[in-house]
Design a protein around this ligand. Sequence first.
Ligand SMILES: Cc1ncc(COP(=O)(O)O)c(C=O)c1O
Length: 394
Amino acid sequence: MKVPLLDLQPQTAFFREQIIQQLTEVVDSTRYILGDRVTRIEEEIAGYSGAVAGVGVSSGTDALVASLMALELQPGDKVLTTPYTFFATMGSIIRVGAVPVFADVDERTLNLDPVKAAEVLAADAAGEREIKAIIPVHLFGQCADMTALMSLAEQYEIPVIEDAAQAIGADYPFVEQDGAVTWQKAGSMGLAGCFSFFPSKNLGCMGDGGMITTCDLDFAETLRCYRNHGAKPKYYHSKIGGNFRLDPIQAAILSVKLPHLEQWHKQRKENAQQYRKLFAQAGLEQIRLPEAVYHDAPGAEEHNIHIYNQFVIRTARRDALREYLQEKSIGCEVYYPVCLHQQECLDPLGAYSSQSFPGAEQASMDSLALPIYPELSDEQQEYVVETITDFFSL
Ligand SMILES: Cc1ncc(COP(=O)(O)O)c(C=O)c1O
C-alpha cells in the first residue's frame, strides 16, 4: 500500500470543474491584477478568522515581509521569534534589515515558550530596548500561548505579528484581563496575522499566495500601500514597498475552497484521533504523540483547537524510522532538521554561534511528520501504525 505524505488528487478532482469555470471567468474578465475577486477573498478570510480586514499578498513569506515593513523598523532593530519554524519567519526579519533574536520553545507544543520569551524581553528592557516586535509561530496548526505572549507584548509595548501560515482557523481560548475566556482564531489576536496558501496548507491555492489579517484599519491601509511598492496614490511613493499582490486567479481558487475548510479541519482532527487510538492500541512507548487538547478538555491552559496541518510524532530513532517508512512507501518528513540559529546563512562566528536552545534542538533531532491529509483512509492509517510497530519490534 502507498501512503503519500499529502495527496491533493481527491480534492482537485472534486473541484476541477468549478475551478476551471472560475479560471475561465478570470481569463475572460481580462482583470489580472487585484480587483473584485481579491477584495472578496480578503473579506472572506478576514471574516472567517475574526479579523476586521484582510490584505491579499503573493505568499506567506511576503505577508511577513510586508507586515514587518509596515512596522517601519529601523536597521538593527530586533525581532523576537522562535528558533524552530520554517526559514521564512527568520528570512523575512533579516530581509527588512532587522535582527532575529530567539527564545526557546515549549517542549510540549514546540511553540515559542512565553517564560523564555519573558526572560529575553526582560534582559532587553534592562539594556537598550532593541526588540521592536514579536513573531510567535502557530506551528503545525496549533496556536502559541497567545494569552501570555500578548500580555508580555502589552507590558513592553511591542507589536505582535502572528505567523499563522500553518494555522488558518485554529481556535485559541484567549484569557482576557478580567479572566473571561474568548475563543479567537489564529491571526486575529496580534496586530497582524500572516497566512500562507502554499498548496500543502489546510487552505491551499494552486501556486503561491498569502494574506495578512488585522483588526487595525490604519495598519491595513499601510499594508496595502507596502503591498504595492509603497505607492499612494499611484506613482507617488512615500515608502519603499514591493510587489506583494495576490493574483485574482489564486483568489478565485481560494473562494471555491474556503467553504470546505471547516470540513477538512474536521477530517484532519478525526484522523489525528484515529492515530491516537491506533497508537494507544499498539502500546508503543518509543514514540511521543503531538500534544493537543480538544474542546471537551476543560481547564487546561493548552486546550487549543489544533487544525493538524501536520501530525508530528517524536522518537529517538527518527532517522532510521524515516528511512524504514520511506522503504515501505509511506510519506513522512522532518519539519525541521536545522534550527534557525544554526542555519549556514548566518555568520558562523557571529552572535548565534554560542547560542543554544535545547527544546528546539531536541525537536530538530526527533520530530517526524506523518500523513494526516483529510482524505486519508482508515486502512492507510492502520498501515502506517502497523509499519511503525513493525519497525520498533525489529
Ligand atoms: C511557519 C511558516 N511561515 C511562513 C511560511 C511561508 O509561506 P509561503 O511558503 O507561502 O511563502 C511558511 C510556509 O511554509 C510557514 O510554514
